[in-house]
Design a protein around this ligand. Structure first.
Ligand SMILES: Cc1cc2nc3c(=O)[nH]c(=O)nc-3n(C[C@H](O)[C@H](O)[C@H](O)COP(=O)(O)OP(=O)(O)OC[C@H]3O[C@@H](n4cnc5c(N)ncnc54)[C@H](O)[C@@H]3O)c2cc1C
Length: 295
């Protein structure tokens, strides 16, 4: 029986675990993929105070190193279900773990475009991670789809590796940070295609060769990088009774859900700003609020 189980080893879950360990809680971190979570996919992070520039994988490594140095217990197991009564039960394919408190910090994953054959070519021409797959398209032409900060920053990263980036956005203005918009506009090998959408994939001999746009134009690109939004990772909560909106967890000002003793933090929650800085602080705050209640 743990005091606290944390679902997700992204920056939010790890920050929470550091605060919990330091508060003397018996805490277990559970992670279904790689420690560090989404930051593993970020090329450069330049908006975290005190660290002027760091690669996402380096920050993920530092976080994981801290977990190990503090002796925080973790297990690499995917949660499939939870039962949220007085004691919180967390199920993985082979185990059931129990705790007094649960913190859900399971983040979100990229949305796809919904095109025919899209899933088939994921990893074979279609990607949601420029840092992971960009080098495969060295000196080739690629398309980046999306209009937010993620799409802009990943287009800039790819522009330094590939021959040309087509940045395709369905509206006439970008939603991202001003500095990124200016940088994208000044980059010689990024061509902006606004008010347009990808409607199909061009495939020849089972190889992705390009895309078709809404205006019938065709672009020959070897890689397509998709940044059009996210889906919260809450499938394991379907029968839990936790209140969700559009799949995101609803929490109060103390990061507690509608179920007593069940908290949520970071990108999996319904909020305005999805950034590293608040994902980290929310994890820490949730633990402080739950320990204040206990004491
Ligand atoms: C391309 C891109 C660039 C970005 N750039 C920046 C930036 O420059 N600056 C910035 O501040 N923010 C940036 N962000 C946003 C930032 O990455 C996120 O806000 C932050 O990392 C979210 O952290 P988190 O801990 O809430 O979630 P995550 O990092 O997503 O962690 C959630 C963890 O939970 C795990 N998990 C999910 N479901 C389960 C399950 N069923 N069982 C077990 N484990 C599970 C996942 O595997 C994951 O490791 C960027 C995001 C993207 C996509």
């Amino acid at each position: 029986m743990y005091d606290l189980i944390i679902i997700g080893m992204g920056i939010s879950g790890i920050s929470a675990s550091i605060y919990a360990k330091r508060a003397g809680m018996n805490v277990l971190l559970l992670e279904g993929s790689a420690p560090g979570g989404t930051i593993n996919k970020i090329n450069k992070i330049e908006n975290y105070p005190g660290i002027s520039s760091i690669s996402g994988p380096d920050l993920a490594y530092n976080l994981f190193d801290e977990v190990n140095k503090l002796g925080i217990e973790y297990k690499l197991e995917r949660i499939t279900d939870v039962i949220l009564e007085e004691i919180k039960k967390v199920k993985t394919p082979n185990n059931v773990y129990e705790a007094k408190y649960l913190l859900i910090a399971s983040g979100r994953h990229p949305k796809m475009l919904g095109l025919k054959n899209e899933e088939k070519f994921l990893g074979r021409g279609i990607s949601t991670c420029a840092l992971c797959d960009g080098a495969l398209y060295k000196n080739s032409d690629v398309a980046v789809i999306g209009g937010g900060s993620s799409a802009l920053s990943e287009a800039l990263y790819l522009a330094n590796i590939v021959n040309k980036v087509y940045l395709i956005h369905r509206r006439d203005e970008f939603r991202g940070e001003d500095t990124l918009i200016q940088d994208v506009k000044q980059k010689g090998n990024i061509e902006l295609i606004l008010n347009n959408e990808v409607t199909g994939l061009k495939i020849e001999n089972d190889v992705l060769t390009g895309i078709t746009l809404k205006d019938q134009k065709e672009l020959n690109v070897k890689g397509i990088f998709i940044y059009v939004g996210f889906i919260p990772n809450t499938d394991f909560l379907i029968n839990s009774g936790v209140n969700l909106e559009d799949g995101y967890i609803l929490v109060d000002e103390h990061h507690e859900t509608n179920i007593k003793g069940v908290y949520a933090s970071g990108d999996v929650t319904k909020k305005e700003i999805y950034q590293i800085i608040n994902a980290a602080s929310e994890g820490a705050e949730a633990v402080v609020y739950m320990t204040n209640k206990t004491n």
